[in-house]
Design a protein around this ligand. Structure first.
Ligand code: FES
Length: 110
């Protein structure tokens, strides 16, 4: 079931923000020349919230140990193995909705 999270005007192309949908912390990002996408908002490395992460319009970087992901896909950029889990997003009448059903954040083995 899709949950309303924010107005689409609160995110600009090349930008990202953290949102919460159904208790899931989520990175909502609009990559340059891409589409708005939603990924887990906690780092797969040690479950740190990604609110301090930097985003250059393509690559998201965790500030703790600098793991990186391409937010066009959630795939890792550096050699670390773990992708980010992606949530379905839809935008209707200027409102962003995210469906969290069946999606869980991914974590590396401890
Ligand atoms: S906690 Fe994110 S890279 Fe280590």
């Amino acid at each position: 079931m899709f949950t309303r999270v924010c107005k689409s005007e609160t995110i600009a192309e090349g930008g990202m923000r953290l949102v919460i949908a159904d208790t899931h912390l989520i990175v909502l990002a609009w990559p340059d020349n891409g589409e708005i996408r939603a990924f887990q908002g906690v780092c797969p490395h040690s479950a740190t919230a990604l609110n301090e992460a930097s985003f250059d319009g393509t690559v998201l970087t965790c500030p703790l140990h600098f793991w990186t992901w391409d937010l066009n896909s959630g795939a890792p950029v550096e050699p670390q193995e773990s992708p980010l889990a992606e949530y379905p997003v839809k935008i209707e009448d200027g409102v962003v909705y995210i469906d969290t059903e069946g999606v869980s954040p991914l974590f590396v083995d401890p």
